[in-house]
Write a protein that binds this ligand. Structure first.
Ligand SMILES: O=C(CO)[C@H](O)[C@H](O)COP(=O)(O)O
Length: 226
């Protein structure tokens, strides 16, 4: 699957998931290029009269939703019925997320939702997760967390900005360590170990999160409950 086929597959999956949104509901708005397609599709539905409110998971999701005219709310004011979000990798119900550095708020909103619809292209599906795990850390915790990740068998790398000499700063003002653990046959244990480190705000292992998976193929969308 080349890049343009992947982009088409992402769009197909996202637009199909957006069709699952019913009127009168509150929707978690995921981050990344695939979730952006879902937000735009939802925007078109809102234009056509659908009554929904969105809870954005990032600066990016909020900007697109505002642009699309989707009414917004917060977790303080509403319960989330359903969230639509992308992933960097998926194995069963487990995900690696955080390619866009938004995993802290994504995890809060996705966990609060009654149902999480994960939208991906087929290259994201794997048997065993092995993508580097993004770990958002308070700036003061960067070195102690990097050392602890090394003791857990991972190789941490500070995420750097493309067009600025310096680190990527998350929407929450923190730094991101991309931690390569190789294949992760026990994401439950690793997730618990990472969560226990002082200074870790959130990591990108979403264990047991996916309720429904929408995989865009070259011509269609496969939907399943893992
Ligand atoms: O977790 C995320 C952002 O933090 C994204 O959902 C994930 O990186 C997938 O992005 P894309 O849909 O652009 O491939």
């Amino acid at each position: 699957m080349n890049q343009s086929e992947r982009e088409a597959a992402k769009r197909r999956a996202a637009e199909r998931a957006a069709e699952a949104v019913e009127g009168g509901t509150v929707v978690g708005l995921g981050s990344g290029s695939t979730a952006a397609h879902a937000i735009r599709a939802l925007g078109r539905e809102v234009d056509a009269g659908l009554d929904v409110q969105g809870v954005p998971t990032s600066f990016q999701a909020r900007e697109i939703a505002v642009d699309e005219g989707i009414p917004l709310t917060t977790l303080d004011e509403a319960d989330v019925d359903l969230a639509i979000d992308g992933a960097d990798q998926i194995a069963g119900t487990d995900l690696v997320k955080g390619g866009g550095g938004a995993h802290a708020r994504e995890k809060i909103v996705d966990a609060a939702a009654d149902r999480l619809l994960v939208v991906v292209d087929p290259t994201k599906e794997v048997d065993v997760l092995d993508d580097p795990v993004p770990v958002e850390v308070l700036p003061d915790a960067r070195t102690p967390v990097a050392d602890a990740v090394g003791r857990l068998g991972g190789r941490p790398e500070l995420r750097r900005a493309d067009r600025k000499s310096g680190p990527v700063v998350s929407d929450n003002g923190n730094l991101i360590l991309d931690c390569d653990f190789g294949a992760m046959p026990d994401p439950v244990g690793l997730a618990a170990d990472l969560s226990a480190l002082p200074g870790v705000v959130e990591h990108g292992l979403f264990v047991g999160f996916a309720d429904e998976v929408y995989v865009g193929t070259e011509t269609d969308v496969t939907v399943f409950e893992p």
